[in-house]
Design a binder for this molecule. Structure first.
Ligand code: 4AD
Ligand code: MG
Length: 462
């Protein structure tokens, strides 16, 4: 098997007249008495390889009776395609069936809806759509590391289990080895987590940021790229309970510095996809989003619009458009507001800064007005919020004060406060929701269709 060539290589190299072995799965079979056409895909690229199997193959009966979903090994000669579009095909000299697929194979040729495919999430990677999405996702993963490493960043593997609630929002999955049927209690009747595995309450992380700050204040420029978990009960096309986040954290940097970093990073991701995943993007465009490539080029070449939260509210209040949720200074922007700003008003990605402190996390740098913080959200079409970040409050007194106002446990986060005590400096960072970036760049409308096995409320089957 190690001698095989991928379909991607065959198409790129066109090794005409050589004998090759292809390993893949049957997409369709068109049979006649004298020969059959087998259409095979091996996942290496969007394109299929057409294989001509002549009736003089010793096992022709068996070959001609194959169905969609069979796994096969084909040995054959690469020849110029007789078809109008040129390219290559293969004249089979041997065809070995590696794995059969009964007639009830769940992926039949007739159009299969994305909703249906979520029910067969273990098989959907074999469709054109999911092949394309996951090849693009892979490229964006690689481009992320390329981007940060080329700029001198150090990747930090931040912990998955933590005692901290990084976002202070309390939407965490608990991690415990206590027996839920026999929970030890304190005198006050609360669960006694001192008897738990870590000797304290612990949970799956909602963000690697707090740990990244510790390393940024030593190594200068770091980034995390790992799974994060949110137990918010949000059944929307943009929320997952388990998602991947990219979080750069930079010492000696202010909000404007990381807003620029964020724009450059998004543009780098887009360029990587346009350069390396052209066929997949063209396929996705033809199926799901007519102006996908034009939009990506537009975003790549444009300067993002920067406005304050207060300006955003003014724009939203002065439009005639009717929103489901009212807009009022002090309330958080809803997805409909975010999408209006980026899709209809500015038609480019929008960086909204300086949000009211009440709707943002405790660690954000407080502005002199006493009302707002140095936060930023970056909004893009089709998604809304793609990235969220801020300049961090580096003043020990101010951050401690804010935590107390928010009723947070300063003892639990004393190590984080130490960063403000010893050699504290201006620093900033942001988090990009990786699935939302994949959505934006593939044009897929639902976050469930850009992660291999989505975790959402009532859905942890696969
Ligand atoms: O805005 P968030 O909550 O910011 C943070 O967690 C900061 N600690 C990041 C930082 O400054 N280092 O999350 C960051 C991004 C969001 O903009 C969004 O794209 C994505 O993570 N995100 C989700 N993606 C999918 N499902 C969810 N439930 C998400 N929650 C946030
Ligand atoms: Mg956010």
């Amino acid at each position: 098997m190690s001698q095989n060539i991928t379909i991607k290589e065959i198409i790129a190299e066109e090794p005409i007249d050589t004998t090759q072995i292809v390993l893949g799965w049957i997409r369709s079979v068109r049979k006649s008495k004298k020969f059959s056409f087998l259409v095979v895909n091996d996942g290496s690229c969007q394109a299929n390889l057409q294989i001509i199997a002549d009736a003089d193959l010793p096992n022709y009966e068996q070959v001609a009776s194959m169905r969609t979903g069979f796994a096969i090994a084909i040995t054959g000669k690469v020849v110029k395609s007789g078809g109008r579009n040129g390219g290559v095909e293969m004249q089979a000299t041997a065809c070995k069936i590696l794995g059969e697929a009964p007639e009830d194979y769940p992926l039949q040729k007739k159009a299969t809806s994305l909703e249906y495919l979520r029910e067969v999430a273990h098989l959907r990677p074999r469709t054109n759509t999911f092949g394309a999405v996951f090849r693009v996702r892979n490229r964006l993963n690689f481009a992320t590391h390329e981007f940060f490493v080329n700029r001198g960043y150090v990747q930090l593997h931040s912990p998955i289990i933590t005692g901290a609630d990084a976002e202070g929002a309390g939407e965490m999955f608990q991690v415990s080895t206590l027996n839920p049927n026999q929970l030890p209690k304190t005198d006050k009747g609360h669960v006694d987590f001192s008897q738990d595995y870590f000797g304290q309450a612990s949970n799956l992380t909602v963000s690697g940021q707090l740990n990244a700050e510790a390393f940024a204040l030593a190594l200068g420029k770091v980034y995390t790229f790992g799974p994060t978990f949110r137990a918010e009960n949000s059944n929307t096309p943009r929320h997952l309970a388990e998602f991947w986040m990219v979080e750069p954290e930079v010492a000696f940097a202010d909000l404007d510095d990381i807003a620029e970093l964020a724009s450059d990073y998004l543009k780098y991701l887009i360029s990587a996809a346009l350069e390396h995943c052209q066929d997949d993007l063209e396929f996705l465009q033809s199926r799901y989003k007519k102006d996908l490539i034009e939009t990506l080029n537009h975003v790549k070449d444009s300067e993002f619009k920067k406005i304050t939260y207060t300006e955003a509210i003014e724009i939203l209040e002065s439009t005639d458009k009717k929103f489901e949720f009212p807009t009022k200074w002090g309330s958080d922007l809803q997805t409909e507001h975010e999408r209006y700003l980026t899709e209809e008003h500015f038609k480019i990605p929008v960086i909204v800064t300086d949000y009211p402190k009440e709707i943002k996390s405790f660690y954000m740098k407080q502005n002199d007005d006493g009302k707002t913080v140095r936060a930023m959200d970056i909004l893009v079409t089709g998604v809304g919020e793609l990235m969220g970040g801020s300049q961090r409050e580096e003043n020990l007194e101010k951050i401690t004060q804010r935590m107390k106002e928010m009723d947070m446990d300063t003892e639990q986060l004393s190590w984080f406060l130490d960063l403000r005590k010893y050699g504290s400096v201006e620093h900033s960072g942001f988090g990009l929701g990786f699935e939302r970036a994949v959505m934006f760049i593939t044009g897929m409308a639902n976050v469930r269709d850009v992660i291999p096995f989505p975790r959402t409320p009532n859905n942890c089957h696969f």
